[in-house]
Design a protein around this ligand. Structure first.
Ligand code: M6R
Length: 366
């Protein structure tokens, strides 16, 4: 089943172009300006009346929710909250069932905390949608409607293709909600074109695997690593840190880059590399100045950077390029280098990549 791959995680990383093709299949409108979903069980008017969305999930799926929040708020201008499912189930959030929609995300569809959050939301009268990868899973069955990921079975404990397919669905949902509100046909068509380009862009990014393996050899023996990104790339910083700690047992943390000076900068030293997401856009110069703060304290920098973007000389010790792309798909494309980096580091440390210690693929007990 592994074919030419050394681990399921590696296979699943490289399967992403196909998995994402499957996630998108049949889900764009004929006029090419929006997404469409068959199983929401909510009509356009009901969705237009939604004025608040609550997203609940655990682990990697929770990171996908953070990106989805960013995209829905950015494109549909709808307020979104993100909760850890384990907290939502107990914190008795004030809810007004009429116009609030709850959406849970779970690759397996069996995570007990996410299931309990779904049940709690339903008990309080909310409509609950689910994004899951497993057809007929408990969460899929109990939700009022939902979206299947169609990413194919994921064996590696560290989630990869299921995460990017959740990001893709989040972007498509944001587009769909935005087109029911204020987004223009032209902006919608541009977003659809960008989404359709995802498999090709991922393929291109995956070509950097050998270079990332080489970078990994330089940092495989460190004990700490920071991941720093802003806006929709902050959740990808969290995801990079989670991936690395899960499979390599290196202590890693993700932060919005500007938070560095509020504490984590104390960790910076030649033994603690920082992975920065640095892309074109409004916050470029702010991220560069965070990088300079790290550099000034002797911290090594790995920059995941838009191709062609010029960085101050000698700022980055290693650079991994990602293609320039539409903001709806940027988090997805930026995920690929951190998946490969953590995979390569774990492999070089001789870790059991597919079955990391203390972890289970699906957490079905509280
Ligand atoms: O099946 P789920 O998406 O509900 O799983 C949620 C988390 O347990 C899962 O994403 C976990 O964080 C992974 N090991 C991450 O790689």
């Amino acid at each position: 089943e592994l074919g030419d791959y050394a681990h399921f995680m590696q296979k699943e990383i490289f399967e992403q172009p196909d998995a994402l093709e499957n996630t998108m299949r049949g889900r764009f409108s004929e006029d090419g300006s929006t997404a469409q979903f068959g199983g929401l069980n909510l009509n356009a008017d009901e969705l237009r009346n939604v004025d608040r969305i609550i997203l609940c999930a655990c682990g990697t799926a929770w990171h996908a929710c953070l990106v989805t929040k960013h995209l829905i708020e950015r494109f549909a201008r709808l307020p979104v909250e993100v909760d850890y499912a384990s907290e939502f189930r107990y914190r008795n959030a004030p809810l007004s069932p009429t116009n609030t929609l709850c959406l849970v995300m779970s690759q397996s569809g069996e995570t007990i905390d996410t299931l309990a959050a779904l049940r709690e939301a339903k008990r309080k009268g909310l409509r609950v949608l689910a994004v899951t990868n497993v057809v007929g899973s408990t969460i899929a069955r109990e939700a009022d409607g939902g979206i299947y990921q169609h990413a194919g079975p994921e064996i590696g404990v560290a989630s990869t293709k299921a995460f990017t397919s959740q990001l893709l669905i989040g972007a498509m949902l944001a587009l769909y909600l935005a087109r029911l509100r204020t987004m223009s046909f032209t902006d919608g068509a541009a977003a659809v074109a960008a989404l359709r380009a995802v498999p090709a862009l991922i393929r291109k990014t995956l070509e950097q695997a050998p270079r990332i393996a080489e970078i990994a050899t330089r940092y495989a023996q460190v004990t700490d690593m920071l991941f720093l990104g802003r806006l929709a790339l902050f959740p990808i910083a969290l995801e990079g840190a989670l991936k690395l700690k899960e499979i390599s047992y290196i202590h890693a943390e993700g932060y919005p880059a500007a938070e560095l000076k509020h504490g984590p900068i104390a960790l910076i030293s030649p033994d603690c590399p920082s992975v920065f997401f640095v892309t074109r856009g409004e916050l470029f110069s702010k991220v560069v100045s965070s990088m300079q703060e790290v550099k000034a304290r002797g911290g090594p920098i790995i920059a995941i950077c838009t191709e062609g973007l010029e960085l101050p000389e000698k700022l980055a010790d290693a650079r991994i390029d990602i293609p320039d792309c539409h903001e709806a798909i940027l988090p997805l494309v930026a995920t690929i280098p951190v998946q490969l980096l953590s995979y390569e580091i774990a492999k070089q440390r001789g870790c059991d990549v597919d079955k990391p210690r203390n972890l289970a693929k699906s957490v079905t007990v509280e």
